[in-house]
Write a protein that binds this ligand. Structure first.
Ligand code: TRH
Length: 367
């Protein structure tokens, strides 16, 4: 069968942990529907968790349309009409009955996790013919030879606009904090309190609230609380919508981010950021971190580069000193202009959704 037109896309999302899986799937599904005018169905295995990322979601419904995407439960995977493209995300394993109906109809793509490691370019766009239909592997990445990064058409410009609206001449540093609870959070809060300039730290609700409560000798922290110690003021925020979270990142001077999706959002915010990779066995997350630092900061000036590396390695190793933080702040002006330049360069590359669509046109000559 020869057919280049792949209009109907099914995206499969299994929520393994936290919000990254659904965060990526929801963002990508909306982009495919709204920017590429495709008919997108998003199958989700856990609507309750997903409703944190898709606030309009009604968990009682097995099918609903939100922002031009049809959202269905995993159980309702329509096996009689598989789509032109079945996008399996993060090797989540397509439902067996759906898979059985795909032959001759669907192109099967597995979207992999993001990594800056050099092997990604080599493995991107490879296919395995051991399955029926063939399975194609799509690797996001930071270079042209990879599947690219998720980036909505206007996000970079929108973020610049938000950044330009921030008050000038304010000596208070605005920081956002989103990280895993095993990070040295008390060390960071202490270092911020001891910094030589005032810091406003904005913390959206997450599993780190108990750590912050402990630092301030409180039992719990409520959303809306404002907590102070020396030069540090912590603002406890609700868990934000993805759009509001983007706005927060764009308005801050430094962003602490984690996992996969918030990491990329920090890049499009184009402000200095500290990334905490998802913890993996055998220190794989440190390998991933170093690969990213080497790629992103390759051309950064020596002392700023050194400060960025030391800050990241202290943050992932669980042992952060006030000196490392102050050193990072001292290099902030250089890191700021460097981050902006680098993010601007990355924003000129083709984005992941566009690359997926182009890739589909190439592989879908024969199904
Ligand atoms: O939540 P994460 O840790 O997600 C993931 C998953 O754990 C996944 O299993 C793992 O493999 C992957 O990391 C590497 O971090 P991430 O990817 O940053 O996802 C968080 C999402 O939550 C992202 O879409 C941004 C969004 N978010 C909001 O919408 N509002 C908020 O207030 C915050 C803090 C985040």
């Amino acid at each position: 069968m020869s057919n280049n037109v792949a209009k109907r896309w099914d995206v499969f999302c299994r929520i393994v942990d936290n919000f990254g899986d659904i965060g990526v799937c929801w963002r990508l599904s909306q982009q495919l529907a709204q920017e590429h005018h495709l008919q997108v169905r998003l199958f989700i295995d856990d609507l309750t968790v997903a409703s944190h990322i898709i606030p309009a979601l009604n968990c009682e419904l097995t099918s609903q349309v939100i922002h031009h995407v049809e959202i269905l439960t995993w159980q309702s995977a329509d096996t009689t009409h598989p789509a032109d493209v079945a996008l399996e995300t993060f090797s989540c394993e397509l439902p067996a009955n759906y898979l059985a109906e795909m032959q001759g109809i669907s192109t099967w793509i597995n979207l992999e996790y993001l990594s800056a490691e050099s092997w990604v370019a080599e493995f991107h766009a490879r296919s395995s013919n051991n399955t029926k239909p063939a399975r194609h592997f799509f690797f996001p990445g930071f270079t042209e030879a990879t599947g690219g990064l998720i980036r909505e058409a206007n996000i970079f410009q929108n973020n610049q606009l938000i950044a330009s609206q921030q008050p000038l001449g304010n000596e208070t540093l605005k920081v956002s904090l989103f990280c895993y609870p095993h990070a040295p959070i008390a060390d960071l809060l202490n270092a911020m309190a001891e910094s030589n300039q005032p810091i406003d730290c904005h913390v959206p609700t997450s599993r780190i609230f108990p750590k912050i409560a402990e630092f301030f000798h409180l039992d719990i922290i409520e959303t809306g609380s404002i907590l102070r110690k020396k030069n540090l003021t912590v603002h406890a925020l609700p868990f934000l919508s993805q759009a509001d979270y983007d706005q927060l990142l764009a308005s801050c001077d430094i962003n602490f981010v984690r996992g996969e999706d918030s990491w990329i959002r920090a890049i499009w915010a184009a402000k200095p950021f500290i990334w905490q990779p998802y913890l993996q066995t055998e220190n794989t997350h440190v390998t991933k971190l170093n690969a990213f630092l080497d790629l992103f900061y390759a051309d950064c000036e020596g002392y700023a580069k050194d400060a960025v590396y030391k800050m990241h390695l202290a943050w992932v190793s669980g042992n952060l000193t006030a000196d490392i933080w102050q050193n990072y702040l001292d290099a902030l002006n250089t890191t700021k202009s460097f981050t902006f330049t680098k993010a601007s360069q990355l924003a000129t590359q083709n984005d992941l959704a566009s690359k997926l669509v182009i890739f589909l046109q190439k592989v879908r000559v024969k199904v």
